[in-house]
Design a binder for this molecule. Structure first.
Ligand SMILES: Cc1ncc(COP(=O)(O)O)c(C=O)c1O
Ligand SMILES: N[C@@H](CCOP(=O)(O)O)C(=O)O
Length: 517
């Protein structure tokens, strides 16, 4: 990226001398599955408070704890159907099936079906906007569909979810001739991205496992910046050590400082995200570090609640399209799963069509789709302003293909110029989106131009992170400081002398040339 004419702030961090273990090879290799199930599990805290403290919302939740419910969930091989012979308790530590495939969390749908759709709609609606622990969270307000068996006392939550569903009135009208366009701002969240939705679930389960005396010394992830931020924040809240593997110089400064501030052990590694992912998988199979990437299907249980939330925000009406930026490809499946559960359990009667939007510089799913799903090849992901999706070998490729095939879905891509222009257009109508949301909006623009999405189709674009995490990309764009990019919507600040006449001259020139609204 070219140097910006805006001031650049540099922050340097000396590398830490701390090490995870003197010699990882000396740690005995763990079996692929660790069982932590205990029949004598006591959900009360390990350490009693020394003196009585004032009552908290956790105490209140304990007091109101009802009889145990009959809902349950387990891990099964992904795509194995209802009668899989292979399954694991959620209290086991397992990320892959026996054959090496992905896992999925399978709920006891028969138990959930014993209540009609109207019951679930009313239950979920009744919990919105409450502080009752843990239901004030958009994720835990759907606890029965997420981790039904966890004790509320073990939950680590920042009251995530319940994010704004923004009616993009001006963007829709001005740039697309659309009147029913919405942006689901999942990035307006505790750590500034949708990752909070999954991380509250994963860290809560780790909290439970540690109380079960499971040998988990910490939680680790590879990250392009958002997973690491969420992991370190939730772990810090629970007092659990976190370890993050980051590709050196490939994430934004705002993202880098998040795990540092939250006390994570941060490794800046001279590779890309795919290289970090490979390393964390190797490390977590050697050390008792719990894997927090979306390869771990627990994460998707939290992320799927954003789909339920969208339906809820539309008063249980189903949108026509939902567009999701795609990188490691867990989220597109999470959305599919959320919508599908709502249909299967009778809350709604149909599914929206899903669109996965990729940066053209990191587009393995797009290429696979274009080949008619014939030939999947990982790619070497190139630099993109949408840095959080600079991923060439997505772990959830099979989940994404399943979600798209079963929702009559589409994959679209966006060049650097298209995604940056779309971001600038959105910002000019009052949003402040991240470049990944720019990818999704650029995909929408293409699909509208081709007439695939119609002017009156109710369309939701999922905004995955807060724009404030990616200010450098906006500074570069508005400085017109990007090689081979016209930056046609650049709006740089105007320098002016500190005297009335000069300011008046500049203002008059501007008012005469500015478009009249
Ligand atoms: C901001 C942002 N948007 C989109 C994505 C893509 O999500 P997924 O990896 O689930 O496809 C990621 C992470 O990968 C992200 O951090
Ligand atoms: N964008 C992600 C990449 C990793 O995705 P995950 O969902 O598998 O954790 C990040 O922010 O790290």
């Amino acid at each position: 990226m070219a140097a910006s004419s805006f001031p650049h702030y540099t922050l340097s961090f000396s590398s830490s001398s701390a090490a995870l273990s003197p010699n990882p090879r000396s740690v005995p290799r763990r079996p692929a599955v660790i069982s932590c199930t205990s029949s004598t599990y006591d959900p009360s805290p390990l350490v009693e408070a020394p003196a009585p403290l004032p009552k908290t919302i956790r105490d209140e939740a304990r007091r109101l704890r009802g009889p145990p419910q009959s809902f349950s969930a387990k891990y099964v091989p992904f795509g194995s159907g209802l009668d899989s012979a292979e399954s694991y308790s959620l209290d086991e530590i397992v990320y892959r099936s026996r054959s090496g495939g992905l896992l999925d969390v399978q709920h006891d749908m028969e138990a959930l079906k014993s209540f009609p759709g109207a019951y679930w709609r009313e239950l979920f609606d009744s919990r919105v906007g409450r502080t009752t622990w843990p239901y004030g969270s958009g994720v835990w307000s759907k606890k029965e569909w997420v981790l039904p068996e966890i004790d509320s006392d073990d939950i680590v939550s920042a009251f995530e979810g319940n994010s704004n569903l923004f009616w993009a009135e001006r963007f829709g009208k001005q740039f697309l001739g659309m009147n029913d366009l919405w942006v689901k701002h999942c990035g307006i969240s505790h750590t500034g991205s949708f990752k909070d939705l999954g991380m509250t679930v994963l860290v809560s389960q780790v909290n439970r496992l540690r109380k079960l005396n499971c040998p988990v010394v910490g939680v680790g992830c590879a990250s392009t910046g958002d997973t690491s931020a969420a992991l370190s924040a939730y772990c810090a809240a629970a007092g659990i050590p976190s370890i993050v593997f980051l590709p050196a110089d490939k994430i934004s400064m705002a993202q880098l400082v998040q795990p540092i501030a939250n006390g994570a052990f941060v490794l800046s590694i001279d590779t890309d995200f795919d290289g970090c992912m490979k390393l964390i998988r190797e490390v977590t199979s050697e050390l008792p570090i719990y894997l927090a990437n979306s390869l771990n299907s627990l994460r998707l249980e939290g992320q799927k609640t954003a789909a339920v939330e969208i339906l809820q925000q539309f008063d249980w009406e189903v949108p026509d399209w939902v567009i999701v930026p795609g990188g490691n490809l867990g989220n597109i499946y999470a959305f599919y799963k959320g919508f599908h559960m709502c249909k299967e359990l009778g809350l709604v009667d149909r599914m929206p069509r899903l669109v996965s939007a990729q940066a053209a510089n990191a587009n393995p799913l797009y290429l696979y789709y274009k080949s008619g799903w014939k030939d999947f090849k990982p790619v070497k992901a190139m630099t993109t302003f949408a840095s959080a999706i600079q991923i060439g070998d997505p772990v959830s490729i099979d989940r994404a293909v399943y979600a798209l095939k079963n929702s009559d879905g589409i994959v679209e891509e966006a060049t650097e110029e298209e995604l940056m222009d779309a971001m600038a257009q959105a910002d000019s109508t009052g949003m402040f989106i991240c470049p990944h949301t720019g990818v999704a909006l650029a995909a929408l623009i293409k699909l509208r131009n081709r007439g695939v999405i119609r002017p009156t189709d109710r369309t939701v674009v999922v905004s995955t992170a807060h724009g404030l995490k990616f200010t450098q990309s906006k500074i570069d764009y508005h400085s017109k400081d990007i090689k081979d990019m016209a930056c046609r919507l650049a709006n740089p600040p105007v320098s002016v002398k500190a005297d009335f006449g000069s300011v008046m001259d500049v203002l008059k020139r501007h008012l005469n040339s500015a478009p009249k609204y």
